[in-house]
Each structure stands twice: as C-alpha cells, then as structure tokens.
Design a protein around this ligand. Structure first.
Ligand code: HEC
Length: 429
C-alpha cells in the first residue's frame, strides 16, 4: 500500500513538473508579446517597474486584478495601485484581456525568471561575434569571449526574421511584388518615459514590419497608422519621423536608448520634411508663405547681375548656394546635413553613444522612401551593414535592432517619441 502511494505520489509530482514547464513556456510567449516592451524581469525599470519577484511581493488575486485592469484598481482607490500609478507619472498600464489560464502562465514565467539563474544556461555559439571580419576594430572594448556570453538572445518567436533578397532592393518600390511574400511582424510601440522630454500619451500602438537583406544591406518595410501627414517646415510644427538602430558591435549590447559610453549604436533616421524636399524640391519659406516679401537681398544684387536688382520672389535658396553660399549660407556650403538644399535621400545616418551624443556619419549610404496614404505611413529603409566602417553595424547571422517613431501631429520631437527596445533580427538562410 505504502509503495503504491509512493509511486502515485512520484507520478503526480512528475506530471506537476511537466505542466509547470509547459506553463512557463506558454507564459513566456504571452509575456514577450504583451509585456516585455514595458517591463523587464531583473534588468530594471523600462516604462513600468521591474517585475522581478513581483509574485512574492504581491498577492496573486491583486496581480490578476491589476494586470487585467490597473485603472479599475486605481479608480477603486486601492492604495498600492494608486501609489504605483503616481510613481510612474500617471502612465496607465493598458488593460490586458487575458484568460485565467494565460494569467497563471504569465505569473509562472515571471516567477521562473525571478529565481536565481542556473549557471547551465546555454550560451551563444562563438561564431556570433563579428570581430573576425573587422581586424581593425578598436581594442578598448571588452574582451570578446567574456562579453559574448552576456548577450541575451530572446526566443525566435519574438524576433524579426529577415529574408534573403532575390534582387537589388530599391527603397522607392514600396509595393514591389516580393514584399507581399515576406512574413510581417507586428510590434507594440511604447511611449518614451525614461528621460525628459517624455511622451505622456502615445498616439501609435504598433507597427507592422518586414525585412529582407543582401550581404551589405538590410532593408525594412514599415507601416504604421498616423491620422495626419506632418511634413511642413514651420514654427511650432513637428514632422513625422522614424529611426532604425543597430548595435555597432555585438561584443557588448549597448543600451537601447541611443547606446552608452563604449557601446555605440548605428542609427538611420528618416524625416518627413526631408521626404518632401526629395519629392518636390527644397521647401523654402516661400513655399509655406507664398506672399512673403523681402525688398532686396543685400549683397545678392551685386553678385548676380549688376544691372538689375534681384528681388526675393526671383530667388530661391538654390540660386544663392550656386552663387555665393560661402557668406550667406555657410551651413549649406559646408554640407551640414541639416542645411542641404538639393537633398537626394530623406534619411540621415548617425552614430551615438548615449543621450546627447548623436552625430552625423561621415559617409551617408542609407536609402529610404515613404508614402502617406489614408492615415497610414509606409516606409522602406535600406541600412548599409558590414561595410568595414567602424561606425556602422556589422554582424553575421543575427543582431539586435530597435526602432523609434515620432508622430509630428502629436508634438513628438527629440525624446518625446514612441519606441521599440532591442529585439533580435535573425537573418534567414
Ligand atoms: C505600455 C506599457 C505597459 C505594458 C505593455 C504592460 N505594462 Fe505592466 N505596468 C506598466 C506601468 C506604467 C506600470 C506602473 C503602474 C501604473 O503606472 O499604472 C505597470 C505595473 C505593472 C505591475 C505592478 C508591478 C508592481 O511592482 O507591483 C504588474 C504586475 C504588471 N505591470 C504586469 C504586466 C504584465 C503581466 C503585462 C503583460 C501582460 C504588462 N504589465 C504590460 C506599463 C505596462
């Protein structure tokens, strides 16, 4: 009798363990799709608090209620919910429609990730670093072997897959046939609230993204809803923008927030005002204010045709640049990317290693094109990679990628933006 009891006890514990593992796996999927944009487990605050040990910190019933609708709890006056809400600048956590089983699974996953990490975790294969292709890489970065193990590759389920391109990628062909054959990933975007200026109210919820690659470039086709096309140059108006970001080296993954000291990121940044310049020519003040009037541009009269006075309506910026930009338009003359008048690409390639360090790249190779139609932007960005340039991304079969999105109609500018933190970009064979 005793033995039978013992056997049945063992079987039931085994079953329990098995179902617990399944729960964790199921929970991980839901967590990565719905929670990971705002929460980490043991890596600090993102938009919401670090969820490490939250299952021991809070009663399960409370967690269930809070996750389903934190605002309902806040409104009911629950002191913990109110305190959390106030501590997070009154950013409401979006309601989550989850079944009882899904909630259980998520909490099981959070609990499993809160436990001390077992040392036997699998480490990435040594081929993942790209140092061998870049012999001249700076040696002041961390030792590649020690650092490689730090890379936290997430599961392929929440990664962006990039497929080999069968032909040259032309960013302007936004609706080229091949795009319809590429699998799309829907990514939730979050409002940036870690540093000022923050975005209080997000106006975009998600983006739909596809990717293809060639040996030296990765292309993204991105779609997002935006009720207004904002591409005007004017005071107190901001334009729609989008950016793609890569770590330059995989030796140590930099902060997804524009990198960190010693951890540079390669950024490709598209701007709707530049798109307009490319499509219609330089958007000068006269375009916005056709009735503006300046009697005479001093100096210009004598440069051009001494016999004739040149009036403002006769001259555009291009004419000044071609004649005597040195004195009047030094930014344009010296090719400052902000002052380019004959713009060929609506993107800027930049490099950063932390907030406030964004700098234009010396070589501009990225290409992009976008179209706004019926409340939706469609954008294609082609990023040069593996070029041998120390300030540009290089990798072999996978890397990390992050995105940022500005809705000009909702005053998005600088840090006041939507973002997607690092996700894995997997180059498919
Ligand atoms: C858009 C961002 C966002 C998403 C997505 C999100 N949360 Fe939150 N979460 C927050 C914020 C912000 C708070 C802080 C409370 C507040 O401001 O209402 C929070 C608080 C919490 C708390 C309370 C933590 C504590 O210390 O008591 C839990 C638990 C939680 N979230 C779980 C989840 C789970 C599980 C998911 C996915 C199903 C999720 N959250 C998705 C933003 C988010």
């Amino acid at each position: 009798m005793k033995r039978i009891l013992l056997i049945s006890f063992c079987i039931s514990t085994m079953c329990l363990q098995n179902s617990f593992a399944q729960q964790i796996a199921a929970g991980e999927k839901i967590y990565k799709a719905n929670c990971s944009a705002c929460h980490s487990i043991g890596k600090g605050k993102i938009v919401g608090p670090d969820l490490i040990n939250v299952t021991t910190r809070r009663p399960t019933q409370w967690l269930n209620k809070f996750i389903r609708s934190s605002q309902a709890l806040v409104k009911s006056g629950d002191p913990v919910a109110v305190k959390l809400f106030n501590e997070h600048n009154k950013i409401p956590m979006p309601d989550q429609t989850l079944t009882d089983v899904q909630l259980k699974d998520i909490l099981a996953y959070i609990k499993s990730k809160s436990a001390p990490i077992a040392p036997a975790k699998t480490t990435p294969k040594p081929t993942e670093a790209n140092t061998s292709t870049k012999p001249s890489v700076k040696t002041n970065t961390n030792s590649p072997t020690a650092a490689k193990e730090k890379i936290d590759w997430v599961d392929a389920e929440f990664a962006l897959k990039s497929y080999p391109a069968k032909q040259k990628i032309n960013a302007k062909e936004l609706n080229a046939d091949f795009w319809s054959t590429i699998e799309a990933l829907k990514l939730p975007v979050s409002p940036q609230q870690a540093t000022y200026p923050t975005l209080k109210n997000p106006s975009v919820e998600q983006l739909t993204i596809k990717s293809v690659y060639l040996p030296k470039e990765v292309a993204f086709r991105i779609e997002w809803n935006d009720s207004s096309k904002n591409n005007e140059v004017d005071v107190v108006k901001f334009c729609d923008q989008f950016a793609v970001q890569f770590p330059i080296s995989l030796n140590d993954i930099p902060s997804y927030m524009m990198g960190n000291k010693g951890g540079m990121v390669h950024i490709v940044h598209w701007k709707a005002i530049w798109q307009e310049d490319c499509e219609k020519g330089f958007q000068d003040v006269q375009v916005k204010y056709p009735n503006m009037w300046v009697d005479v541009y001093p100096g210009l009269e004598s440069y051009l045709d001494r016999s004739k006075r040149i009036y403002a309506q006769d001259i555009g910026a291009e004419l000044i640049v071609e004649t005597h930009a040195t004195g009047n338009m030094p930014g344009t003359y010296s090719n400052n990317p902000m002052s380019v008048i004959k713009r060929k690409e609506p993107v800027e390639e930049a490099v950063a290693e932390g907030f406030g360090t964004l700098a234009t790249q010396e070589t501009q190779q990225a290409k992009a094109w976008a179209e706004w139609k019926e409340g939706k932007w469609t954008l294609c960005i082609v990023v040069p990679v593996n070029t041998g340039n120390h300030y540009k991304a290089s990798f072999t079969d996978r890397t990390k990628v992050a995105f940022a999105l500005w809705d000009g109609g909702f005053q998005n500018i600088g840090g006041r933006k939507h973002f997607v933190p690092w996700i894995d970009l997997l180059l498919q064979k």
